[in-house]
Design a protein around this ligand. Structure first.
Ligand code: COA
Length: 336
């Protein structure tokens, strides 16, 4: 390798989805819309949503358990838990701390959340890579979980059509054979575009200081603005990432992108010159599950046999912030 950095192995991936399905047809009971309008603009037909007491912690816990089982790593060997979420049920304790407790881990290890919206899994992988490379930690669990159905404004037909709930997880470890499964990784943010997707926290001022002012409720999104921003930067960004990996697009087997809008996915696909069988899409059934969307797409496509192992893939995503990121990874046998 020519340096002292420790390579990373992706040891296991898993996912979890709530059972309740909401179809586009169902949404016509809430507002004036149609299956045709939603499907042609987004590629979404239905999405899953939590019900009752179920929340992002439950989904994240299931996905984590799944990924840990696949990895063959004992829970007491985990050195760090990272949770990526933009829809936590509480501001604290962190979801990562809840997952630590739910898994029944006895060791006291660090656990914290990352707020990078839909780029959360890539941000988590990048953080995990830095810790593993340096030798600081060996085994890291990354959980990406969101339940945006509790945060969207269900009267806003421009936004609530897009989101669904779900969780994905990845266990990464120090590679024993010198091969790094993260061939290239990059994360970015530009806060100047922060107002494209916002979710205000409804904190109240002290009444002795000033009158409390009601904040707007639910996710507020400039859909057209997001689309224009992402369509402009992402295809070129992914191309640069492939170059950073020292590869040509043809050398890489799959594109496993964030599932936000089928037209954005197709723009990246076209730039890479990929045929449909190289591109993983499940947006039709789950909508945009935020941080969870990449790991769900990865784990499900392997489970269903669409993605073969012993291959390579480009992961890429973007979200509120604006944040974005991508990775070229190796998918070894046994991860799922
Ligand atoms: N059904 C029917 N009509 C709808 C509608 C719906 N669900 N939502 C919006 N409309 C209407 C609007 O009111 C508007 O009507 P008007 O022209 O009479 O004012 C018209 O459709 C066009 O609205 P616009 O918001 O410009 O539509 P669009 O073509 O940009 O599509 C999105 C909207 C949200 C589907 C699209 O912008 C998008 O997917 N953007 C990316 C968002 C994204 O990826 N966010 C997540 C980031 S992680």
């Amino acid at each position: 390798m020519g340096n002292n950095l420790i390579p990373l192995r992706i040891a296991g991936v898993g996912y979890s989805l709530p059972e309740t399905v909401i179809t586009n047809e169902d949404l016509t009971k809430l507002y004036d819309t149609s299956d045709e309008w939603i499907y042609t603009r987004t590629g979404i037909k239905e999405r899953r949503v939590v019900s009752g007491e179920e929340n992002a912690i439950d989904l994240g816990y299931q996905a984590a358990k799944n990924a840990i089982e696949k990895s063959g790593i004992d829970i007491e060997e985990l050195d760090l838990i990272l949770a990526a979420s933009s829809a936590p049920p509480d501001l604290y304790p962190a979801i990562a701390c809840h997952i630590h407790q739910r898994l029944g881990i006895q060791r006291q290890i660090p656990a914290f959340d990352i707020t990078a919206a839909c780029s959360g899994l890539i941000y988590g992988l990048s953080i995990a890579k830095a810790y593993i490379s340096s030798g600081m930690y060996k085994n890291i669990l990354i959980v990406a979980t969101d339940n945006n159905s509790r945060l969207v404004d269900w009267t806003d037909r421009g936004t609530s059509i897009l989101f669904g709930d779900g969780a994905g997880a990845m266990v990464v470890t120090a590679s024993e054979d010198g091969v790094d499964d993260v061939i290239a990784i990059d994360i970015k943010a530009d806060g100047n575009y922060g107002n494209l997707i916002e979710l205000a926290f409804d904190g109240k001022n002290c009444p002795l200081v000033e009158q409390y002012e009601e904040k707007p409720k639910g996710i507020r999104m400039n859909g057209r603005g997001v689309y224009t921003f992402v369509a402009k930067i992402l295809p070129h960004y992914v191309e640069e990432l492939v170059a950073k990996a020292g590869m040509n697009a043809d050398d890489i087997d799959y594109l496993i992108p964030h599932q936000a809008n089928i037209r954005i996915i197709q723009a990246v696909q076209e730039r890479l010159g990929y045929s449909d069988d190289k591109v993983v899409t499940n947006i039709k059934y789950y909508g945009n599950t935020s941080a969870a969307s990449i790991p769900i797409a990865l784990a499900e496509s392997v489970e269903k046999g669409k993605v073969k192992l012993g291959t390579t893939a480009i992961l890429c995503g973007f979200g509120a912030g604006m944040t974005w990121g991508g990775a070229v990874v190796r998918l070894r046998e046994g991860i799922c």
